[in-house]
Write a protein that binds this ligand. Sequence first.
Ligand code: NAI
Ligand code: 15L
Length: 270
Amino acid sequence: MLDKLLITGANGNLGSLCRRRLGHLAKLLRLSDRSDLGEAAANEEIVRCDLGDKAAIEKLVEGCDGIVHMGGQPIEATWNVVRDANIDGMVNLYEAARKSSVTPRIIFASSNHAIGFHSQTTRLDAGSPVRPDGLYGVSKVFGEALARMYYDKFGIETASIRIGSCLPEPKDHRMLSTWMSEDDFILLIERIFMTSNLGCPIVYGVSDNSSCWWDNRDTAYLGWRPKDDAEMFRAKLDAEQARPSADDPRAVFQGGLFCADTIHEDEEAT
Ligand code: NAI
Ligand code: 15L
């Protein structure tokens, strides 16, 4: 059991799921977000701060032996927005981890958009080349590289989870391949904290989908056995929406529509 498990982005979709379902992993959950997290329960501590605030992140991380890092910009945006949360925020978090009196084990919410430009006919594993599909995807590649550097230099262990689509159910046909059920996500986090020598793996965060593109054989040692299969939603999706045509980015690229998006420019200060 962990002493203090920090969950960043604890107000978001995945962070709030972790708040609800990971209490058993630690004596205390330290929850953080830049937005209001409400009242702390008996085993919770709440710290409201921005990932861009270096001093606040140092205090936040101090004393935590586990970190589930779900905070950040979760989709494509302007460079300023992506950089503040996902580049500066990551550097602040890892610098805080390096300086902390306790070395934490970290779970980093990476994304399939780190490899989004691979075609849906290509099967990938942890060693496949990155092919980010936007500035957001590039920020996730940066996060994975940063985690690896802090492991090689300082021994800080991180599992970077390239999350596919973690939602109650798939929203479109592409997600029949990328979907990860909430139960499988929680099981994965449990396994990552239970494994004795974690190292610094890249794990594809995806359920046991019949039409999956990703191979997790390199992380078999985690003992994670996802239980769900998005196939159970296929008939419902077919009834509700047309399949995209063969040349539609949603049917061509693993990252789907992110690949067709443009660069969102920051407004110049006047
Ligand atoms: P979300 O947007 O619901 O949650 C992100 C949380 O981070 C929010 O509560 C937000 O307030 C907080 N946050 C953002 N910028 C911040 C900052 N500068 N300082 C402090 N807090 C900040 O996103 P979601 O869906 O929960 O995703 C969580 C993480 O997982 C993200 O890093 C996302 O990139 C990654 N991910 C999620 C996937 C999914 O299917 N939900 C798929 C792939 C990756
Ligand atoms: C992500 O990285 C996003 O955070 C999430 O909102 C989904 O869009 C997901 O990827 C996806 O590719 O379905």
